[in-house]
Design a protein around this ligand. Structure first.
Ligand code: PLP
Length: 396
């Protein structure tokens, strides 16, 4: 189409004018301790989701290499055709054990798991209540399902319950992040489970940022809240974050998993993930559960960062997870602060609308078990340096 570029350019120019233009930085090399070379600069990354420092773990890389020799690089077909290998199957069994559920089902990505699960469980006659700050994939999933969707006030179980009470539907779902990806706070899962139970609704929890990190041996946000399969019948986890590899899973009952195998279109109509990735995740899952120093170290570093940031007068949210956003507000200001941090050797990305609500741009700091104390202290100093006094409100 001849006029395509002409039609596209004004919107791009508009994004740039509002400080919302996005560019990708090229990572030239990556090593232990989150040392990376990016755009020609050596720096320490404080913005990946590799919370346990496993993405560059040599044992996991070795498991992947060994599996590539045995299985080759690709699965060759969907799970229901010839793509479901013994290594995928073993990983599903290990993930079911880990999540404390009868079964687990692998998906290629978390985005696809969410689309597949929600649209398999809900349709035109159904009702979905979603937290306002849910991940984009959960919002898209609800839209795709064709169900009636209502969003409720962030982390407000009472508001979720009022939505359910007002709904006239065949089936009701409450869908929430376990840990909110851009804010780092936990969902009120016990209250949401009670609301679901009062209205015969199904609680669906996407614990992309809780599995591996929170709870005993990284068992996740639901386990940390003392909730079992009856409270949270549908649990979703991703493998590209704390596990350091790639992919996702849904854990639940036998009937749930069998239903997904038949009905989740993002499971049925796509190639199975590469077997070496599944083998790497099996190795990672064992490390996550054995090396509990990683979760303990994170707790220490989170406290250290929050103490330092409070002393420097930085605006933090109420998060007790490795996601510790520093609130800025204005998008251009957040972008500028991110740029100046990089000049000082710290890579922290600026998160802007539409990923977060208008006027709430932030620096999304994420901590990892393999950061050093001195790296965290250095980051706090650099943040205090870079942010203007008026964006730094002393915590009274
Ligand atoms: C990252 C994320 C996803 C998507 O997972 P991918 O495997 O990266 O596709 C889904 N939900 C939440 C809450 C996430 O943070």
């Amino acid at each position: 189409m001849r006029g395509l570029d002409q039609a596209l350019k004004p919107a791009l120019a508009g994004l740039a004018a509002e400080g919302l233009y996005r560019t990708r930085r090229v990572v030239e090399s990556t090593g232990p301790g989150h040392r990376v070379r990016v755009d020609g600069r050596e720096c320490t990354a404080f913005c990946s989701n590799d919370y346990l420092g496993l993405a560059t773990d040599e044992r996991i890389a070795e498991a992947m290499r060994a599996a590539a020799s045995t299985w080759g690089a690709g699965a060759g077909a969907a799970h229901l055709v010839t793509g479901h290998s013994a290594v995928h199957h073993a990983l599903e069994e290990a993930l079911a054990d880990f999540a404390g559920r009868e079964r687990a089902l692998l998906f290629s990505t978390g985005y696809m798991a969410n689309l597949g699960v929600v649209s398999a469980l809900a349709g035109r006659d159904d009702f979905i209540a979603e937290d306002r700050l849910n991940h984009a994939s959960l919002i898209d999933a609800a839209r795709l399902s064709g169900a009636t969707v209502r969003r409720y006030r962030h982390a407000d179980a009472g508001a979720a319950e009022r939505r359910l009470a007002a709904a006239d539907a065949r089936r009701r779902l409450i869908v929430t992040d376990g840990v909110f990806s851009m804010d780092g706070n936990r969902a009120p899962l016990a209250e949401l489970a009670a609301a679901a139970s009062n209205h015969d609704a199904i609680l669906v929890v996407d614990d992309a940022h809780g599995f591996g990190v929170l709870g005993e041996r990284g068992a996740g946000t639901a386990a940390a809240a003392g909730l079992g399969p009856a409270d949270v019948p549908v649990l979703i986890g991703t493998l590209g974050k704390a596990f350091g590899t790639f992919g996702a899973f849904v854990a639940g009952s036998e009937a749930l998993v069998e239903t997904l195998i038949h009905m989740a279109r993002t499971y049925v109509y796509t190639t199975a993930p590469p077997p070496p990735v599944a083998a790497a995740t099996l190795a990672s899952l064992a490390i996550v559960q054995e090396e509990t120093w990683r979760q303990e170290r994170l707790v220490e570093l989170i406290a250290r960062f929050r103490r330092g940031a409070a002393a420097a007068g930085l605006r933090l949210g109420a998060a007790d997870t490795p996601i510790q956003p520093v609130l800025i507000g204005d998008s251009a200001e957040a972008l500028d602060a991110s740029e100046r941090l990089l000049e000082r050797g710290y890579w922290v990305s600026a998160i802007r609308p539409p990923t977060v609500p208008p006027g709430s741009a932030r620096l999304r700091v994420t901590l990892s078990a393999t950061h050093e104390d001195a790296q965290v202290d250095g980051l706090v100093t650099a943040l205090a340096d870079v942010l203007d006094v008026d964006t730094r409100v002393a915590l009274a």
